[in-house]
Design a protein around this ligand. Structure first.
Ligand SMILES: Nc1nc2c(ncn2[C@@H]2O[C@H](COP(=O)(O)OP(=O)(O)OP(=O)(O)O)[C@@H](O)[C@H]2O)c(=O)[nH]1
Ligand SMILES: [Mg+2]
Length: 212
């Protein structure tokens, strides 16, 4: 969608993102904390049944930079449609159906729960299998360690998280959604920027393919 923001061109892109990981790792808390700008930490656990959709706009610098001729640079907003997916095995089949046409994935684990860390490769594989079944390319994903305020003895360390992210070709983020929150914005900004960059690349390819 293209509009005018003052004199500048205002471009809005929409991107569907699967947010997944084991039950109770803090996916809904992370999405809500981001959506509310840090004001709404879900302290009481309320299991997501199926999928909740959270819409979160992210304003980013234009990937293609200012156009020539002194025109103000376009503003780009990526509207993330976060498909906050239940981690309960009971809902798995139903949830995966909601993932149709997702562009990107965020996989979460709770740093104080090693089993949730060990599940990460399975969630990544589920996302990649779905993309393959849809004939689409590799899905870029962010790996998010949650509940870093609980980090301590016996927890999954940041080094382990980072090593797994590298192994799986993902970017690693450490977060805490517990008030006041820490690092909550970074994974969403990364996902939005990744989407805008890939959109810009595809647009360039299409322009290149059209005879002038
Ligand atoms: N200390 C702490 N607790 C957290 C954090 N994030 C979430 N929690 C708590 O962990 C519990 C589960 O959080 P949810 O966000 O509902 O977990 P979920 O991953 O959405 O769970 P499902 O919907 O069942 O898949 C809640 O009681 C939250 O308050 C965090 O960063 N720090
Ligand atoms: Mg949830």
């Amino acid at each position: 969608m293209v509009n005018r923001d003052g004199g500048a061109l205002a471009v809005t892109l929409r991107c569907k993102v699967a947010v997944c990981g084991d039950a109770a790792v803090g996916k809904s808390a992370l999405c809500k904390m981001y959506e509310s700008g840090g004001g709404n930490f879900l302290r009481q656990y309320q299991m997501t049944s199926g999928v909740d959709v959270v819409v979160a706009p992210v304003r980013i610098p234009s990937p293609s930079g200012p156009p020539p001729g002194g025109v103000p640079p376009p503003t780009v907003t990526v509207e993330l449609f976060l498909f906050d997916t239940s981690g309960q095995p009971l809902y798995k089949e139903r949830c995966i159906r909601y993932w149709e046409s997702v562009s990107l994935g965020i996989v979460c684990y709770d740093c104080s729960n090693r089993r949730s860390f060990e599940s990460v490769p399975r969630w990544v594989a589920a996302l990649k299998d779905l993309r393959r079944a849809q004939g689409a390319g590799q899905i870029p994903v962010a790996l998010v360690a949650t509940k870093c305020d609980l980090q301590g003895f016996g927890c999954v360390s940041g080094e382990e998280g980072n090593a797994l992210a590298q192994q799986l070709g993902m970017t690693f983020f450490e977060t805490s959604s517990s008030t006041p929150g820490k690092g909550v914005e970074a994974p969403f900004e990364h996902v939005a920027k990744t989407f805008a960059d890939s959109y810009d690349t595809r647009l360039g390819e299409v322009r290149g393919a059209v005879p002038s």
